[in-house]
Design a protein around this ligand. Structure first.
Ligand SMILES: C[S@@+](CC[C@H](N)C(=O)[O-])C[C@H]1O[C@@H](n2cnc3c(N)ncnc32)[C@H](O)[C@@H]1O
Length: 175
């Protein structure tokens, strides 16, 4: 498996190539994710991991398009980011974006009429939410992850009270 860990920080995924802009990180290559293109060839990786980094970059669509370019057809993109209702989302002043569990649907079939945002297409394999422990104990985490329609209802009506924590997205790269 050829794995690229973008914004790897000090927790680089074992066996991966890590990129980060911070020289104090464990990156194999210092690279600014706000400057395109990233210094790798098309279709170079089986998996792209962006763990708690997409909320930091200047252009979400541009970064995802780069992930798509670097992944082979059928490769995987894993994105982990805080839900916008989590404490951490607005606490960290280096976060530029505050996302929800439908924020990447514009790359898929369910694009709410906004499929023209990007020519890049991704197949959503899974979206998994983690909620605060109290709500998990009451079964809300199970329900949000079990039924997509309930997740939509939760995003619209409940999430300011039953707050989210982390969202984990996995996509298959379509080319
Ligand atoms: C919250 S840390 C996450 C680190 C690691 N992925 C983890 O899960 O522990 C965000 C990382 O993204 C990096 N980063 C933020 N903006 C970046 C950019 N424009 N180019 C490269 N790296 C960036 C930061 O240097 C930092 O290491």
């Amino acid at each position: 498996m050829r794995v690229l860990d973008v914004g790897c920080g000090v927790n680089k995924y074992p066996g991966s190539i890590g990129v980060d802009c911070n020289p104090a990180s464990r990156a194999d290559l210092l690279c600014d994710l706000d400057h395109f293109p990233y210094p790798f060839r098309d279709n170079s990786f089986d998996q792209i991991r962006a763990i708690h980094v997409i909320e930091h970059v200047s252009a979400v669509i541009g970064a995802v398009e780069e992930f798509h370019r670097l992944a082979r057809p059928g490769g995987r993109i894993l994105i982990v980011t805080p839900h916008y209702t989590d404490f951490s989302s607005f606490c960290d002043p280096t976060h530029r974006w505050h996302l929800n569990s439908f924020s990447f649907r514009y790359f898929g079939h369910d694009n709410a009429g906004f499929g023209y945002y990007s020519t890049v297409k991704l197949h959503e394999i899974s979206v998994r939410l983690r909620l605060l422990a109290f709500w998990r104990w009451l079964g809300f985490e199970f329900a949000v992850n079990r039924w997509r329609r309930f997740r939509l209802f939760w995003e619209h009506y409940l999430c300011f009270v039953i707050r989210g924590k982390v969202i984990e997205f996995e996509f298959e790269v379509l080319k």
